[in-house]
Write a protein that binds this ligand. Sequence first.
Ligand code: PEP
Ligand code: MG
Length: 593
Amino acid sequence: MNNNSEINSGSETVILGIAGAPGIVVGRLFVLRRDKIIIKREIIPQAEIESEIQKFRDAVNESVAEIAKIKRNISGKIDDEAAGILEAHVMSVNDVELHKEVESIIRKDRLNAEFAYNGLISKVIASLEASDSDYLRQRVFDIKGIRSRVLSNLRGMKQQSPIDVEVPSIIAAKSLSAGEVAQMAGSKVLGLITAAGGATSHTALLAKSLNIPAVLGIEEKYSLLKDGMDLILDGNQGKIILSPTRVTNELYRDRRRKFKREHEQLLVARDEPALTLDGHRVELLANIELISEVDKALAVGAEGIGLYRSEFMYFTHGCLPSEEQQYRVYSAIVKKMAPNPVTIRTFDLGGDKFIDETSRPYEQNPFLGWRAIRISLALPEYFKSQLRAILKATVHGNVSIMIPMVCDLSEVKIALRIFRDVQEELSHQGIPFDALTKFGVMIEVPSAALSADVIASHVDFFSIGTNDLTQYTLAVDRGNEMLKDLFQSFHPAVLKLTSMTVDAAKRACIPVSVCGELAGDPLAAALLIGFGATSLSAPYASLPLIKNIIRKVNYEEAKHLSEQALKMESTSEVRNLLANFLTEIFEGMSSPI
Ligand code: PEP
Ligand code: MG
């Protein structure tokens, strides 16, 4: 925890948090109201029964109107499919049979509407959860979301979401799920602040994708934020300045200009290759969550997509997309990028990736629980339909498939068997696909890094996910603001596992990429190349700087640097070593760190 996280100077207050997404914005604060719903059982006086029923009908109508608003906001901005999916949500809210039953309970048992509705819809949820059908079990997430919407409206409680922001504002919330951040595409949100969350949480990653500056993890200082305050949000330094003075405003105006100017200067090398001074070529790819990022990635010179986090489609659609819907999204990305490569990661749901609090299944340790490939293998129908959709899209360009959170060779073998089955089915049906599609895995769990030699002989490539590798190696929740100082991707243990994985890939002659946030960190560029990573995949905004660094580095020196880094005993020693290296290569110029 940071004890110096609040500084008072004159009339302004400075709050320090975690730099979640870069950029500086100035604006007015909109604090999202979230009320906790506690359901009570109440007996309604006979005379109030009709008005209770009316209250229920109004809540349903209001919920329908809210979903329609989300639909209007999202459609056309992320992808048009979302509109159709949200239509299905409207139908679920409008379930006539369920409503009849709710009204009958209010009339006959004289129970309050929220208790009657909650009881019935919870039974629907329980029966879906117990169903044998994968499809029905997946609907649970959606119905839980609908339940909370209707109940909040019944209570007249405001569960405000980013789409409630009507004038351009910086928003603040105790926590925001990745699903809620997805709703910010095309919204009036200028910047965001949360009390919870870490720099590699999926909330932060999505804020970066949407180009929304963010400061996360301000913890108890959240109570200082008041609706309507003027503030400066500095996502580069993880700083918020409440009621800034005229002098501070001017200072930040200059900083914003400088930030923009430096960014433009870095783009000078946009069309040049990422080549070290001694001619070693590295591939620079972008991590994306949304289709809209493909153009932005191309604009900064990305040579392909090294990680498409396909599960974000779940947030933009509001539920799991069908095979056809997936196919359309995959083909759109692949066509835009062709002939450059696109690596599509299969759904990495679970952990911190859920639509909202109510759709989160109860788990004591979600990051150690039902997540990623574990869900895909438990729901093979879904996994197969995703593989079919990806394979069908391979005819439009250069596609690879990647499996997240692999812990053990047996998972790789099962996933590969399913992949081959799907290929056979497609051939049988005469559906064209690229039979040479590469199949790779993410190495982001220590057991996988330690088994990298064994796994390497079964797959076509590795991609090292340093966000999860850090989280699982150090047993530090990546989204927990209280542990932000312990989340150290430069920890010697994380570096050892990274280098072991790269070595295993080299022995098996397969390419190895690094796609965690570390790949976009200027301090890490020479180190990762020195280890032998064949490509780096990072948020598109960090690619110009990484390329500039690579073009100033000597590969032989980078190898020597990585050998030295592996001998360091602490994170701070590693960081010092890398910072000195970077300062030397930028000698005489303003350092990028
Ligand atoms: C990682 O874990 O480093 C990674 C790239 O995957 P994600 O951040 O989506 O978990
Ligand atoms: Mg990961």
